[in-house]
Design a protein. Sequence first.
Lengths: 114, 113
Amino acid sequence: ETGVTQTPRHLVMGMTNKKSLKCEQHLGHNAMYWYKQSAKKPLELMFVYNFKEQTENNSVPSRFSPECPNSSHLFLHLHTLQPEDSALYLCASSQDRTLQETQYFGPGTRLLVL
Amino acid sequence: RKEVEQDPGPFNVPEGATVAFNCTYSNSASQSFFWYRQDCRKEPKLLMSVYSSGNEDGRFTAQLNRASQYISLLIRDSKLSDSATYLCVVIGDRGSTLGRLYFGRGTQLTVWP
């Protein structure tokens, strides 16, 4: 399935590196989300964008910086991460904020911070 | 208290078995409930919605008990392909939780031949 794509699929970075995760949706949706999934923990919502506007920042540290240039693309810029930030980062989209139960997820980026 | 709690399992059952998962939620006013499925090293996908009257989709039956604040998923005649983690999802209904999805940790199911 190619509805929501994410790159890279795997990423290893040092704590001083700067990297970006990219998400693209081809579904014509207007809402996009970043989630973090750590082992043995539930999915944690990080950011929500609705019609390119950030509507939610779930107390995420500033070393994570989202960017949504248009409704189809979402980025997560990473800077000076910590080893505990190692996780699976999932992007999702839905038609809009009110229909977010039908979210479509991308395959995720598996991040390892050394 | 966590918004959504699930027994993480794992549940290991033979093919053809019936298995049931429960999930409890803390916000009594929550209105929308879902089950998602996540295969190993894959993304979550919506499995089915959960309605007060209960709903069935083939071998899968979802039930909602508002009085006890729990949601259940019943899988009949288990198949090998049912092996996955099942995520309980609740949508918050007020204030800062309005419209936000809350995911449980997931219940891991393995169906063996």
